[in-house]
Ligand binder design. Structure first.
Ligand code: F6P
Length: 620
């Protein structure tokens, strides 16, 4: 109201003066102009009130309530109109404030408890000291932000998968540069001429440097050699690896292309620190080391490493190993994969293996091989479920899907044959056969993100998952219930969170998985210390989450029994198990992982690449 009065006063003076001047100029009686002018003024006031004053006072009220810590729905702010950008910025500022308040509270809690938990701030300081102020450079094939066109607009998406989930909080904390392939159709439009942009787009903290691959390079490198060759080779999940000379050729070329970008980014830094990610870039450490022997290079391998016999079927196994051994440090999730790697090197290359310190020495240089179990950042500050009054998280989720059930099971996966999805579906079918009392009472929701869809094996897999779900639903469904709901799309973390929070049981049944971060995300999101995790014994996470119900996903009866055990587990047992797992995930978060890896890397003295012939391209 005050704003209205303040606006009205000068407006009345201006309008009055204008009427008098006009009347004089037009030689009119002032009373003739009064009505039209009054109407115009009223109209202007109405527009001002509706478009400016009303939304402005909503924003002011909202900010005041927020400042005093009163709960208020962020969507109460205007989303359209003249003041929408201001409201958007207010909302963002409020989000930052919530995160800052949560971080301060957590820091205070840690100080009081005298604990040694890793936080973004602690990692930032630690890395600054360890790297002596040098910038951190991370390289992966997958980028953390993809720009796509949707509904004639450019949208920014976060791709699914463990690598981005884990690395993104580390880069946010430490800053630096992340080099990755630009794969979105609007990626070029959102980067500068050098492929660089600051991210996260809402509140930039580090630089994303995109590199551009041709369709042939992407096909041969990513779809072909990496995902039809190395992926099944390392996972041993009964899909035969395919190795083609053309794919290998592109794999080498793309690794060289990444190396060129790395050289540009580290040109001005002495002893730069480089963290290379995953099986797409096995040759990169050696390519960089050959030209920049002063670089300290870590390679982190996110997927399992098989035994030497299995790895040996790759026609370019030796070249891959030579490429990897350009790194000073090679990391896997678990010791078992380190041992398999050292065994493989021992079998294939002339080298000296130190089994006491886990290192490989070739010519005059050494590569250390160590386990670094990766993790997640921990619960998000806004991890509490967004439910309506008097509603449980489960009721809200079931209502949003239009289903009724007493128990809810959840699965979250990239649609990949290594995730044991078909085995999981068989186990649910078996569960309903063996324990018919749960029919019409239990529903399983699968949130499946399509992945690598150009590869025929992935297309077949997706089709067989859909067919299997249809068959099982047809077998059991009634008028008001079906046992399985398949939500096939790439869900954001915000969309997945309510399902984690609502589930009685989360099923992770990978046939083989380096770590599996879905299991850790589920645990982190259970602030209520409820819910049961069923976890494949063939995941890296099973080494840490010992309070999950550990299963062999190939043993369908065992998984079916685990589902029955989970949904009938007493709340006290759920709480005891969940709180121990939460403790583990909070303690061993991704900041601790990054600190361990980078401390180890910084400690090493970089040694030159071994004298060996350069990588040979296959004859074209
Ligand atoms: O799990 C291995 C991995 O490469 C992750 O590191 C990655 O996040 C995930 O697979 C997804 O892969 P892509 O980049 O092919 O989508």
């Amino acid at each position: 109201m005050k704003i209205l009065v303040r606006l009205l006063m000068p407006l009345a003076v201006i309008v009055g003066a204008t009427v008098v001047v006009c009347a004089r100029l037009l030689h009119q009686d002032i009373r003739h102009l009064a009505l039209p002018v009054a109407l115009v003024v009223l109209l202007v006031l109405a527009v001002l009130w509706w478009d400016l004053i009303r939304p402005l006072s909503t924003i002011v009220r909202w900010m005041r309530r927020f400042r005093f810590g009163e709960p208020d729905a962020p969507w109460a702010l205007p989303r359209k109109g003249f003041l929408a950008p201001l409201a958007r910025e207010a909302r963002r500022m409020a989000q930052s404030l919530v995160a800052a308040r949560a971080a301060a509270a957590e820091e205070a809690r840690l100080r009081n408890a005298g604990e040694s938990r890793w936080t973004p701030d602690r990692l930032r300081e630690h890395v600054r000291t360890a790297l002596k102020g040098r910038p951190l450079v991370v390289v992966s094939n997958r980028e953390p932000y993809v720009h796509v066109r949707q509904d004639r607009q450019i949208r920014c998406l976060t791709p699914p998968g463990g690598l981005v989930t884990a690395m993104e909080p580390v880069l946010r904390a430490c800053s630096g540069t992340w080099i990755a392939a630009g794969t979105g159709e609007a990626d070029r439009d959102t980067a500068d001429a050098h492929g660089r942009l600051r991210v996260p787009p809402d509140a930039p903290l580090y630089t994303l440097r995109r590199i551009w691959l041709t369709p042939e390079e992407e096909q041969g490198h990513y779809y072909g050699f990496a995902n039809e060759g190395l992926w099944p080779l390392c996972h041993i999940a009964h899909t035969r690896p395919v190795f083609r000379a053309d794919d290998w050729h592109q794999y080498v070329r793309v690794n060289e292309k990444f190396a060129e970008a790395v050289f540009e980014e580290i040109a001005d830094t002495d002893e730069p620190c480089l963290v290379v990610q995953d099986y797409h870039l096995a040759l990169l450490p050696r390519l960089v080391k050959d030209k920049r022997p002063d670089a300290k290079i870590a390679l982190f391998w996110h997927i399992p490493w098989p035994n030497p016999e299995a790895f040996g079927i790759c026609p370019w196994a030796r070249e891959l190993l030579q490429g990897m051994l350009g790194a000073d440090l090679v990391g896997f999730h678990i010791q078992f994969h380190c041992n398999n790697f050292l065994d493989t090197v021992d079998r294939m290359l002339e080298s000296r293996i130190d089994w006491e310190h886990f290192s490989v020495t070739r010519a005059d240089r050494t590569t250390w091989v160590k386990p670094f179990p990766i993790s997640i950042a921990g619960p998000a500050p806004d991890a509490s479920p967004a439910v309506g009054a008097g509603q449980t998280a489960k009721e809200a989720v079931l209502k949003s899907l239009g289903i009724t059930a007493r128990w809810l099971g959840v699965g979250v996966d990239r649609l990949d044959y290594t995730k044991g999805l078909l085995e999981r579906l068989s186990a649910i079918e078996r569960f309903l056969d063996k324990y018919p009392a749960f029919r019409e009472q239990f529903v399983f929701v699968e949130l499946g993100a399509p992945s690598r869809t150009k590869i025929p094996r992935y297309q077949e897999f997706e089709a067989s998952v859909e067919a299997e779900i249809e068959r099982i639903n047809r077998r059991f469904q009634t008028r008001a219930w079906k046992p399985i709901v398949f939500l096939k799309k790439q869900h954001s973390h915000q969309e997945i969170a309510p399902f984690y929070q609502a589930a009685d049981v989360c099923l992770v049944t990978s046939l083989h998985d380096g770590m599996n971060l879905v299991s850790k995300e589920f645990v982190a999101s259970r602030t209520d210390e409820r819910g049961v995790l069923i976890l494949s014994q063939f995941t890296g996470a099973s080494r840490e989450l010992l309070d999950a119900l550990l299963v062999n996903p190939y043993d369908i009866d065992q998984v079916a029994d685990a589902v029955q055990y989970a949904v009938t587990m007493e709340p006290e047992e759920q709480q005891a198990r969940m709180s121990r797992m939460r403790e583990t995930v909070q303690e061993h978060n991704v900041y601790r992982w990054a600190a361990a890896l980078l401390t180890e890397l910084a400690r090493l003295r970089p040694s030159p690449a071994p004298a060996a012939s350069p990588l040979q391209l296959p004859a074209e």
